[in-house]
Design a protein around this ligand. Structure first.
Ligand SMILES: [Zn+2]
Ligand SMILES: [Zn+2]
Length: 96
């Protein structure tokens, strides 16, 4: 008898606004801001020096450590501390 209250077709319509281009852009902006914040925090390993040792693996790199710590990881044949990929190269990075 109470079938009217159990079926609410309006709820679905409200939660499905047709995919807007703006939404995706917003997400990218947040990610970008997050990146900037991360760059400003010190080295993940020593927590002292700035993040200027870029850890390269394939076509991407992670900037999470200072040059000294990044080189130490490479020397010890340790993987990238973020994604565990094999470190191919460590480069000193300057922000210009
Ligand atoms: Zn460091
Ligand atoms: Zn990585």
């Amino acid at each position: 008898k109470d079938r009217v209250s159990s079926s609410l077709p309006t709820q679905r319509a409200v939660q499905e606004p047709q995919m807007h281009f703006g939404e995706h852009k917003k997400e990218e902006e947040v990610e970008c801001q997050e990146n900037i914040k991360n760059v400003l925090t010190p080295c993940l390993l020593c927590q002292k020096r700035p993040r200027d040792g870029n850890i390269l693996h394939g076509r991407s790199a992670h900037l999470v450590a200072c040059f000294k710590c990044a080189k130490m990881l490479k020397k010890r044949r340790l993987p990238c501390p973020v994604c565990n990929k094999q470190i191919q190269m460590v480069i000193k990075t300057f922000v210009g």
